[in-house]
Design a binder for this molecule. Structure first.
Ligand code: ADP
Ligand code: GLC
Length: 502
């Protein structure tokens, strides 16, 4: 544990691993507060009491009841404290069955339709966080900092900004492309203050944006990599909020996410078929490759184990460049001696095209559509090369997991990918800096050229192993970024780092 920080932080977020997860947000929802706790910060974590979360938690303590404004109605909401296994601090759940006790994921039903009452669901979450920040229940704990994340908690800074002596309001953008945009009618029915409804406030193209509310009213805004912090101030990446972000530059910081080095450790990961380390990759890594091929009913005999295995796990959405992967896969399957594995779920047309290709090339391509934590870990370990040609990537955790698992990634130079992956140019390889493959042209040709470079280097064991070792030994944990957040919490100067500063 580091020195005592004497800072109390209420951390509000809509998903937290392992309680509930749709993507990297949940991983950070667990690992960042824990990194802060290890630095002596007194943390409380707050999220909705979704059905799936409550089902895992036998013991609860009721902290009290709050009457909170919903959409044209008032909810009686229970705040409960839980101590889930593996959590070093209390977790506060906002229990409101009519809003959160339902199947599906935090944002959408099982058939992937956004819940129609999302504006109300997350407005109530924000009211609950704002109430707990002011210790309305009188439990004797008042935060110095309220740290909200993404649009689902974007109203938190707005609700607290007008209150005298309010805690420091930190807001982190994990993904600008999800704006939490709702109508004027919803705004009115939620009873939100009329004076917010300006271009300088929450109004956004005739509706309102909860993400914009977070940006405008927070004291400090962070995003999850230095490069993304610069990119979102441009029209290309700004999702219409670039003007607001440019105006907020004085309080905008790019702080790279870390990974949880305990959960993602090839030496101890319980989901792997065999363990391995940077010093002893063999035979552990190849045994995972064999297990992965076996899982997909693909040939996993000794001869095949020398053929490179490429693939990805992730949300199958445009952000991740899945269309690009689909446009190059037929060529790769026909012309490159390699095997492929894809795990993910998302847009139906991507899922269907992948399944169709897997039917045509059952020995070359394995596809699993769905969410599978076990398979995600096995894939990071069993692949030789990880594909992540994201069109934009605020930070990206998967490329960091693959670095740590000795699986060099192929990435497009954007956001957090640009900040963590260093291309295998001749000079980077000889300088011991290279850890993957970075391409600059977001086209099928650009991706194919990078894949071909990777496959060629794979046949040169000495260079390949150097690449793996560099990635596996890279500092990917929270150490550095936790100190930056701590400085921000304490009001010390934090300069906006760019990728070039690293
Ligand atoms: P994003 O948050 O944009 O989805 P990240 O790379 O930051 O991207 O994080 C993705 C996280 O979600 C990783 O922990 C990854 O393993 C996990 N993940 C994504 N899709 C799946 C899936 N289908 N099954 C299991 N884990 C998944
Ligand atoms: C978002 C981003 C991803 C980032 C994650 C955690 O889901 O898409 O790039 O790694 O949040 O911050």
């Amino acid at each position: 544990m580091g020195e005592r920080a004497d800072v109390k932080v209420l951390f509000a977020i809509s998903e937290v691993y392992p309680l509930i997860k749709t993507g990297g947000l949940a991983d950070v929802g667990y690992s960042l507060p824990h990194a802060m706790h290890q630095n002596g910060v007194d943390v409380r974590l707050m999220l909705p009491a979704y059905r799936a979360v409550l089902a895992q938690l036998p013991a609860i303590r009721i902290l009290g009841w709050l009457a909170l404004q919903g959409e044209g109605r008032v909810h009686q909401v229970r705040i409960i404290e839980v101590h889930p296994d593996g959590f070093a601090f209390p977790v506060w759940l906002v229990d409101c069955p009519e809003l959160y006790d339902r199947p599906g994921n935090p944002y959408a039903s099982d058939d992937d339709q956004d819940w129609p009452d999302n504006a109300e669901r997350f407005a109530v979450l924000a009211h609950a966080v704002a109430a707990m920040a002011q210790d309305v229940l009188g439990i004797g704990w008042r935060p110095d900092v309220v740290h909200a994340n993404d649009w689902q908690t974007g109203l938190v800074p707005a609700l607290l900004a007008d209150i005298p002596n309010h805690p420091k309001l930190v807001f982190t953008i994990h993904n600008l492309s999800y704006g939490g945009n709702f109508s004027l009618t919803a705004f009115q029915q939620l009873g939100l203050p009329q004076h917010w409804w300006t271009v300088e406030g929450v109004e956004f193209y005739g509706g309102f944006s909860m993400l914009k509310a977070g940006i405008v009213y927070a004291d400090e805004v962070t995003t999850v990599s230095p490069t993304y912090a610069r990119e979102i101030c441009t029209a290309e990446f700004g999702c219409g909020l670039e003007g607001v972000l440019q105006a907020s530059r004085h309080k905008l910081h790019g702080i790279l996410n870390g990974i949880d080095e305990t959960v993602w450790d090839p030496q101890t990961d319980p989901y792997l078929s065999a363990h391995y380390s940077a010093e002893r990759r063999h035979p552990g890594k190849v045994l995972n490759k064999q297990a992965l091929l076996h899982h997909f009913n693909m040939d996993h005999s000794d001869g095949i184990l020398h053929v490179p295995l490429l693939g990805l796990v992730g949300r199958l959405v445009a952000q991740k460049g899945i269309d690009l992967v689909l446009s190059v896969l037929p060529h790769c399957l026909e012309h490159i001696n390699a095997r492929f594995v894809v795990v993910g779920s998302g847009q139906a047309e991507y899922e269907n095209q992948l399944l169709e290709l897997a039917r045509r090339y059952p020995q070359r391509l394995g596809v699993f559509i769905g969410y599978d934590e076990h398979l995600a870990h096995l894939l990071e370990a069993g692949l030789d090369i990880f594909l992540m040609p994201s069109r934009f990537e605020p930070c990206g955790l998967n490329q960091m997991y693959s670095l740590r698992y000795g699986t060099p990634p192929v990435v497009y130079r954007t956001g957090g990918l640009a900040d963590t992956v260093f291309d295998a140019t001749d000079s980077n390889v000889s300088d011991g800096i290279a850890n993957g493959f970075v391409f600059d042209e977001l086209t099928p040709q650009g991706l194919i050229a990078a894949i071909e470079r990777a496959v060629v280097l794979y046949t040169q064991p000495r260079k390949w192993q150097a690449l793996q070792r560099t990635g596996m030994k890279q500092c990917l944990g929270w150490r550095h970024s936790a100190m930056t957040y701590l400085a921000l919490y304490r009001g010390q100067a934090v300069t906006l780092k760019t990728a070039d500063d690293r």
